[in-house]
Design a binder for this molecule. Structure first.
Ligand code: URA
Length: 336
């Protein structure tokens, strides 16, 4: 049953987006262009629900099996646009990701010059649920800003503030240290409005010149190197979302995990942020823990530096041949 329409099944554009083919908006455009069919008949309106019993096809090709809901932590470097394509030709977050990942979208955006933790997912429903103001996961930033401010002025932000007609919700901000003409602050917000940190601090006379997101809800940037991407294990993701958010997102944790060509160098290493019920990181600054090959890979940069193990470079038959040769050689070696 769709939560949007009260009809059985789900909106067709949502189903196409969940299959990882496109965003919901792109899917609606495909429908309008007559590229989508249901049970063999082309449709022209997105106002259509489909169930598992319906055969949906795009350009005559059946939808791929829906992959399970996946979430990735990415360290966005400064200078990349949070977008799949930029009309101005600037580097984008998505173009720089390693090959072999599912089609990902971001949970909200970071400005071009903002660095730090960006959540990426293959599930549009999850992205929307995490972006909802009602979800209210805490986003914590380390901020460098030019100027001076009294802590009392920062404390007043806890009540929220209206700037140029825009209402910003409660903000926690503290000065951590003074560095020449700059201040380093920690700022925590829950809404994530466009340019929220810069606008609010600008209102207090502070000009932000470095902005690093260090956590989003229970997920932390930790020691993830700039440009790296790391997958959250399915179990950890399910635990962190909890039943309510998972249902709101329509998340699917039981579906297959599709292995793609040029296997992802992204890792499924868990940021085992323990749930604390407040959507806050369990422990700040703890380096990420990486699992061995069993649970996925290690972060791509570490993987690139280390000499690959035989098991990663060569296939099973070649490994068996090498092992046999090794055994023969050691049998021929004279015993002392
Ligand atoms: N606040 C901002 O001003 N910019 C960001 O990118 C994120 C939060």
């Amino acid at each position: 049953m769709s939560s949007e329409t009260g009809q059985p099944g789900e909106r067709i554009a949502k189903v196409i987006a969940r299959a990882g083919l496109a965003s919901r908006r792109e899917a609606e455009a495909w429908i309008a262009a007559g590229r989508v069919s249901v049970n063999g008949s082309a449709i022209s309106s997105p106002a259509r629900n489909v169930t598992a019993a319906d055969a949906v096809a795009v350009d005559g090709k059946p939808l791929p099996v829906r992959e399970r809901t996946r979430l990735f932590l990415h360290h966005k470097p400064r200078g990349r646009v949070t977008s799949h394509a930029d009309p101005g030709g600037r580097p984008t977050v998505f173009a720089a990701l390693p090959k072999g990942l599912p089609r990902l979208i971001s949970v909200g955006r970071l400005d071009l010059d903002t660095e730090g933790l960006l959540l990426l997912t293959n599930d549009g429903g999850l992205a929307r649920a995490l972006e909802l103001p009602a979800t209210g996961w805490l986003r914590r930033y380390r901020v460098r800003a030019r100027g001076r401010v009294e802590q009392a002025a920062l404390d007043r932000l806890r009540r929220g503030v209206t700037i140029d007609g825009m209402r910003y919700g409660p903000i926690e901000a503290t000065v951590d240290r003074v560095q020449g003409g700059n201040l380093w602050l920690t700022v925590a917000i829950r809404e994530g409005k466009n340019r929220e940190v810069k606008n609010v601090l600008g209102h207090l006379g502070l000009a932000v010149n470095r902005l690093i997101r260090v956590s989003f809800g229970p997920f932390r940037l930790g020691e993830l190197p700039p440009g790296a991407i790391e997958e959250v294990r399915t179990r950890a993701l399910r635990d962190q979302l909890g039943e309510r958010l998972a249902a709101l997102a329509g998340a699917d944790f039981a579906g297959p995990r599709i292995e793609r060509a040029a296997a992802a160098t992204a890792s499924e290493a868990p940021r085992q942020a323990r749930p604390n019920g407040r959507g806050e990181p369990a422990r700040e600054g703890r380096p990420p823990r990486h699992r061995g090959r069993q649970g996925g890979a290690e972060p791509q940069q570490a993987a690139a530096k280390r000499k690959p193990r035989d098991s990663e470079r060569i296939g099973e038959p070649e490994r068996a041949r090498r092992e046999k040769r090794r055994r023969r050689r050691s049998a021929r070696r004279p015993r002392r």
